[in-house]
Design a protein around this ligand. Structure first.
Ligand code: NG1
Ligand code: ZN
Length: 531
């Protein structure tokens, strides 16, 4: 049970700095020195959430993903490894903004009674952090809260964000028919390693990839995972790890990592790969991955989340047909409005699969993906995964193959259900998924790129007086307010939309057109409408 005296004393150790905080798309995120009181209060909420769910384990991840080293952040993970249920985000915001220690105690009690929480129910919380210098101090704030709230807690130390999501699901499914895996970091590697071997069983070697780990937690974790994978000689992939310096946390995400590569449309300056060589970059907490290479003509080519989604959807479609399960496996792709129009067109016209467009934020995509037997979702920035419905899992597990070819496809499909992280986008798992597919298709980067041609596009950030004026509808593809703005955009040629960012104080304008010049021109014109 919660100890009121401890709660107030703990709060006094981590005072609210007189700022207004908001639980956003990615939890709370800011300069790390502002975060102590926020983490303390998130700890309290984790305990409440666990008690509300009768002692199911809740996860707390301390990370600021692709943001600079001096930032940090905190977010909650729900029992099945999903993001915190949306209605609870508001409680997190309320707690973070309680002005005094006593006000915090009162609010805790009020939430507890309003939400009909049994104060005597067990509370269980597990947590982890990325490699930021501020991480261990913030863990201290979190532990103070969990002690005050009377929550059982386990510190899993340094993990990637998706590893923590995995563990939360494992704890909560332990001993049930939905057991997800062993509740340990090693269990994660064993599961993925075994699945990868199985997925590669009908293939030999598949070349090499150089992985830029953003100097973040993905570096040591990928190196650990390699110990569970077949070597190149054993028919595995030759994975070369670079930018894995976590000894100097000030290097995190600096001139490297998935966000750097996607935003700057170029390889990390430290990269020494040659033309056509396969490269990938993870972000700071390893929940995003993008691929790239330089062409023969020395042109940088990015294969982002859209490309991973189309590759995965295409391969899963093949496996469905080859295993004789096609009619039991309705595959769909979920994207946001930022997906390149050529990728949407490719999925609909070539793969003949349905596409759903949702608002930005992985929780929206994840949710929509559950509407398919196999739901492939990716944000263009490289965050995404593939979800298998319970019915699909059952069909894949129990289908009787009618031929050796069906058998082989089925085995690969079964392996993929284990290889792919079902809780959240996972760069390590996604990386191996791409490698498996390229090996099966016998493709290099060129063949993957040549599946379709991206439309020229431009993303600009526009500073505005008040971004809350911009209300988007229709999966953020149209502006409902300010009045008249959408009518102006509709007069222009090409596809463009404007929406308020959920993570920065700005409006983002995306434009896509037939040529580079037209895309730039369109983006400029829409930016002027918004300004
Ligand atoms: P906002 O700032 O709301 O556009 C950005 C990314 C999202 C998502 C979130 C959370 C773009 C255009 N937007 O959201 O894809 O990843 O951050 O990290 O890349
Ligand atoms: Zn991330």
């Amino acid at each position: 049970i919660m100890d009121p005296k401890k709660l107030v004393e703990g709060s006094a150790k981590h005072p609210q700095p007189g700022k207004v905080f908001q639980y956003g798309t990615a939890g709370f995120r800011m300069k790390a020195n502002l975060l102590d009181s926020v983490v303390y209060r998130v700890g309290l909420l984790a305990a409440l959430r666990s008690r509300k769910l009768n002692g199911q384990t809740i996860g707390v991840m301390i990370t600021a993903s692709h943001n600079p080293p001096e930032d940090n952040g905190v977010k909650l993970v729900d029992p099945m490894g999903e993001m915190l249920e949306a209605s609870w985000e508001a409680y997190a915001t309320l707690l973070a903004n309680a002005a005094t220690d006593e006000a915090l105690l009162e609010l805790y009690k009020k939430l507890s009674s309003d939400l009909k929480i049994n104060g005597e129910a067990p509370a269980r919380v597990i947590f982890a952090r990325d490699t930021r210098a501020s991480g261990s101090r913030l863990v201290g704030c979190l532990i103070d809260a969990l002690e005050a709230a009377g929550a059982e807690h386990t510190d899993f130390k340094l993990l990637t964000t998706p590893q923590l999501h995995y563990l939360v699901r494992c704890v909560n499914t332990k001993g049930t028919q939905y057991e997800y895996g062993d509740v340990s970091e090693q269990g994660y590697y064993e599961k993925i390693g075994a699945a990868f071997k199985r997925a590669m069983k009908h293939r030999k070697s598949s070349g090499a990839v150089t992985v830029d780990c953003a100097n973040g937690v993905g570096g040591p974790k990928l190196k650990e995972l390699l110990k569970y994978l077949p070597t190149k000689a054993e028919g595995g992939v030759d994975i070369k790890v670079i930018n894995d310096d976590v000894v100097k946390p000030e290097n995190l995400n600096v001139q490297c990592g998935a966000d750097f590569v996607k935003t700057n449309q170029r390889a990390p300056p430290s990269s020494t790969t040659k033309p056509l060589e396969r490269c990938a970059s993870l972000d700071g907490d390893a929940d995003r991955v993008v691929y790239y290479f330089t062409s023969d003509e020395n042109i940088f080519r990015l294969l982002d989340g859209d490309r991973i989604a189309t590759l995965a959807a295409s391969f899963l479609g093949d496996l469905g047909r080859q295993s004789g399960l096609a009619e039991h496996l309705k595959i769909g792709v979920v994207q946001t409005a930022y997906a390149n129009g050529a990728s949407t067109q490719y999925v609909e016209s070539n793969l003949k699969l349905p596409v759903i467009c949702t608002p930005t934020g992985v929780k929206h995509l994840h949710h929509a993906a559950t509407r398919f037997d196999i739901g492939v979702y990716f944000e263009a920035n490289g965050h995404g995964t593939v979800l298998f419905s319970p019915a699909a899992l059952k069909a894949i597990a129990t289908h009787e193959p009618q031929s050796p070819a069906q058998q082989a496809a089925l085995e690969t499909l079964q392996a993929l259900t284990e290889l792919i992280n079902q809780t959240v986008g996972d760069a390590l798992s996604d990386l191996l998924l791409v490698e498996v597919i390229l090996a099966h298709k016998n493709w290099g980067m060129r063949e993957w790129l040549d599946t379709y041609v991206d439309l020229p596009n431009r993303l600009v950030r526009v500073e505005v007086r008040d971004r809350n004026m911009f209300v988007a509808v229709d999966a953020e593809r149209r502006l409902e307010s300010p009045p008249g703005a959408q009518a102006e955009i509709d007069k222009l040629v090409g596809r463009s939309f404007a929406r308020a960012s959920g993570t920065e104080d700005a409006v983002r304008v995306y434009a896509e057109a037939a040529t580079r010049g037209e895309a730039d021109d369109l983006a400029g014109k829409v930016a002027n409408v918004v300004r």
